[in-house]
Design a protein around this ligand. Sequence first.
Ligand code: SAH
Length: 225
Amino acid sequence: MTPRLRLQPEAVGLGMTSQRVRDRLVERLREAGISDERVLNVIRTLPRHLFVDEVLASRAYEDTALPIGHGQTISQPWVVARMTEVLLENAPAKVLEVGTGSGYQAAVLAALGLEVYTVERIGELLRQARKRFRTLGMNVRSKHDDGRIGWPEHGPYDAIIVTAAAPALVPALVEQLRTGGVLVAPVGGSGSQALVKLVRREDGGVDETRLAAVTFVPLLSGTVD
Ligand code: SAH
């Protein structure tokens, strides 16, 4: 995989968004068990502060989820790193993300050289994310839709990442995975969710592994402008 990241001047950052601050985040992630150097490298170079509102930029390199408006959040860096690490174990080329949000997770995957498709139900969030992809010169394909139906036209995918929690597995998404493909998703209600990894078997069934306890915003139906 080839890193695909061209940094514009505003992406380099100053003060609380400087390289030193990003390096510190990477050290923290390493201490918290993230070991894939490709993932750590992307987190070190990708300007997360461009994915949040300017007033929150100084907090962008804390290992925490942050609000992005419309009641949604940009996921915690550790969660992004862990989910990405799990996906990379299967050496995917083509990935579908459900829940574009700020666009950060999609940008991490694109920076790793993957072919990324992402679906977001809130139009305004998707417009902002697309602007960020353009600023960073990233080729991420995106769609405004209810991601619970996936994006069948481009499937099957080597990997699918769901960044909002559903009470149960979404069958349409499993159907868009190739045999041996991996799906990483938070599953559970608002109280307790588990990050699970599913691998699609040849017979269409799945092998499931529970990875960690997590907290995500809910996977909702329909779209809003
Ligand atoms: N991956 C994002 C995380 C955003 S939070 C990031 O890196 O910033 C989860 C996102 O999932 C929210 O933007 C929410 O609007 C979106 N979402 C929730 N249900 C959805 C659905 N059914 N289809 C598509 N997106 C959905």
